[in-house]
Design a protein around this ligand. Structure first.
Ligand code: SF4
Length: 678
């Protein structure tokens, strides 16, 4: 039996359809087998054709999180030292009353801004973030969080150039004659893109991969450019220069649809193929081939990923890459243009959040350690963490832990499992997983929304985000009588607000697409959402606020002491840090043979990876999969994943990218040595 509308099933095995709202571009349809009220299997569904009946191994194992030993089952309060992980069970009434009382006390002492809400993409569902939570924070006047740990530089560039125009979706990749995968590895994250790339290759498309690692797709590519960390911007500028210098720039398009192309051309001028190749440490001949291929192919498609943004030049890299289709005249054909996050494709109204509350202090989430240990005007007295695990995932781990250990900080963690952050909580509130509540999953690779629904009862006493934030709003007197106050009310209100037939589609269980359909052609079906629908290559305010100006390169921060660039790419095992609690072998540091030999290291050695910020002890994997000068630890590690209870984020500075205030994970510069000789 397949069912989208029946209540939670408690009888013999049945298959329930729902959708995955986790932080992944694909938002898969799911078919979950439930037997006697328990999940026994999670598989791909067919409601959304992009899912096509298969899903990643991560979510196939999600039942291990739902029923695992780390699952938080009851509200609890701290019963030991911070970080010890000792808690005493309390009732929801006691826990919420304590939280509300602490909120009131903090506001009375240092003002609402002394409360810091802290969240990210543990769920991307429309109900589980930026909803009743946003209403609570705004109406209570807390500090606001700049949610910039990921996608901030690319998002800022896309906004500046195109007003976040919708981009080419997976279904149209097979139309392309050239695909450039730039800073993205769909084999690990957003896996449903891979078959479309392969289909394009089967039809004769050329594939270029720009990545410091030899990923699976890099192996099958016609050209692989293993660009050194932070140098993507100069590679893209060299392509611009090639287009301008060799008569390939589409002057008619530029005149009709853009502003300030002269500034871009001028700033690309120093970046000859040879000079860019020298800085990026790649073969100039290969870069020249890519330039000619891009200039002469149509439809030509660039997939702009997130790997390229995680450094000091990330915003400028995204600006230069996203400008290429405009200069090269690649828009206006199916399969041509650029492809990136489509999360802004929906014009969603959430009137219940409100917009007229006073602006309060904004804290960049990458500065959590500073906020907890240094900010004093006002200090952070209360930290409320949900949908994320900053003790493991945010730069400068040591300083964050120091902040979390403060005895005068009251920390609330609203979570599904006992994360590294939850160990430091004063109050724990158990949260439902997406399999225990309603949500609307939003795809940002393909463009669709899909209804997620509970397939089992809440485990233990876990509650949904909407119910808990609604309850806190009510306790603090922040809601009007007619406003939604819980999950079902909110769901109904949201479905009613969605434009066109979207709400009806979702109620029927069908994936919904925007009015322009699920596969737009750029500059035919969708246009820049800028005031005059033109591309602004160099917005003056942005140019002035960027350290060296737009389309500029800040050199590598490496020093003699720390010559290796540490990267932390997405892996096949976690979605950011979600599922990082599941048992698995220690994380390995990947290193090229040349770098290992230079340090007298061999595969399987225990090593220390270190810099002035911290030190990680782990096992070495010697592999050609990373280029010389670069070492790699998987993204999303928990403290338990390494030998010394420390994540790669302990080695990451909390410096910010040139645009958007993004995290500079890949600007960690480290040295590696044998633990045996330490
Ligand atoms: S994480 Fe991504 S690939 Fe995996 S089930 Fe969810 S949407 Fe699909």
């Amino acid at each position: 039996m397949s069912d989208r509308t029946a209540p939670v099933l408690r009888g013999p095995a049945s298959v329930v359809e729902t959708a995955c709202p986790l932080d992944c571009p694909d938002a898969c349809s799911l078919a979950v087998t439930v037997q006697h009220g328990k999940i026994v299997k999670i598989d791909g569904g067919h409601a959304n054709p992009v899912t096509d009946g298969y899903i990643c191994a991560k979510v196939r194992k999600f039942g291990e999180r739902v029923y695992g030993p780390d699952r938080l089952l009851y509200p609890a309060v701290r019963d030991g030292r911070k970080g010890d992980g000792k808690f005493k069970r309390v009732t929801w009434e006691e826990a919420l009353e304590l939280v509300a009382t602490k909120f009131e006390a903090a506001k009375a002492k240092h003002g609402g801004e002394s409360i810091l809400p802290y969240s990210y993409g543990g769920s991307n569902g429309l109900l589980t973030q930026d909803n009743l939570d946003a209403q609570l924070w705004r109406r209570f006047g807390t500090s606001r969080l700049a949610r910039t740990v990921c996608a901030a530089p690319t998002g800022a560039a896309n906004m500046a150039l195109y007003g976040k125009m919708s981009s080419v979706t997976y279904q149209d990749y097979p139309e392309a004659k050239l695909i450039i995968l730039w800073g993205v590895n769909p084999s690990a994250s957003g896996i449903h893109l891979v078959p479309f790339v392969k289909e394009a290759q089967k039809r004769g498309a050329k594939l270029v991969v720009v990545d410091p690692r030899s990923t699976q797709l890099a192996h099958s590519a016609d050209i692989h450019l293993p660009v050194h960390i932070g140098a993507d911007v100069v590679v893209a500028l060299a392509l611009h220069r090639y287009l301008f210098a060799n008569g390939y720039a589409d002057q008619a398009f530029l005149a009709a649809h853009t502003h300030n192309v002269d500034i871009l051309r001028e700033r690309a001028e120093p970046w000859t193929i040879d000079e860019a190749a020298r800085v990026a440490r790649i073969d100039p001949h290969a870069l020249g081939q890519v330039a000619e291929l891009y200039a002469t192919s149509s439809p030509a498609l660039i997939r702009c990923g997130w790997g390229l943004e995680r450094n000091r030049n990330g915003g400028n890299a995204a600006m230069a890459i996203l400008s290429l289709p405009a200069v090269g005249g690649k828009f206006g054909v199916r399969g041509g243009g650029y492809s990136m996050s489509n999360s802004a494709s929906w014009n969603l109204q959430r009137p219940w959040i409100g917009t007229d509350e006073p602006q309060t202090r904004e804290i960049n989430m990458n500065h959590l350690g500073r906020a907890l240990t240094e900010y004093d005007n006002p200090p952070v007295d209360v930290l409320f963490v949900y949908n994320c695990n900053p003790a493991a995932t945010v730069p400068d781990q040591k300083r964050i832990i120091k902040g979390l250990e403060r005895n005068d900080l009251f920390t609330v963690v609203f979570e599904q499992v006992m994360t590294d952050t939850a160990l430091y909580a004063d109050v724990i509130l158990p949260a439902t997983t997406f399999l225990e509540g309603y949500d609307v999953a939003k795809a940002y690779g393909p463009i669709h929304l899909e209804l997620g629904r509970p397939v089992i009862d809440a485990v233990g006493e876990a509650r949904t985000n909407a119910d808990v934030f609604g309850e806190l709003c009510t306790r603090l007197g922040l809601l009007k009588d007619d406003e939604p106050a819980g999950e079902l009310d909110l769901m109904i209100a949201m479905l009613e607000q969605l434009p066109g037939t979207i709400g009806d589609d979702l109620r029927r269980g069908a994936p919904a697409t925007p009015e322009f359909g699920g596969a737009p052609i750029q500059f035919v079906d969708v246009f820049p959402k800028t005031p005059d629908r033109k591309i602004e290559f160099c917005p003056a305010a942005l140019d002035a606020s960027t350290p060296l100006g737009l389309y500029r390169y800040q050199p590598d921060p490496e020093t003699d002491r720390y010559p290796l660039a540490l990267i932390s790419p997405a892996s096949e095992r976690t979605i950011s840090s979600t599922l990082g609690e599941l048992p698995r072998p220690d994380a390995k540091l990947s290193m090229n043979a040349a770098d290992a030999e230079a340090r007298g290291l061999a595969d399987g050695d225990l090593v220390r990876v270190f810099n002035d910020l911290g030190e990680v002890h782990t096992t070495l994997a010697v592999t050609p999969a990373v280029r010389p000068g670069v070492v790699s630890l998987p993204k999303g590690l928990w403290r338990r994943s390494t030998r010394n209870n420390t994540c790669g984020t302990a080695l990451v500075p909390d410096t910010l990218s040139d645009l958007g205030g993004g995290a500079c994970f890949n600007d960690a510069r480290v040295q590696v040595a044998s633990l045996a000789t330490a």
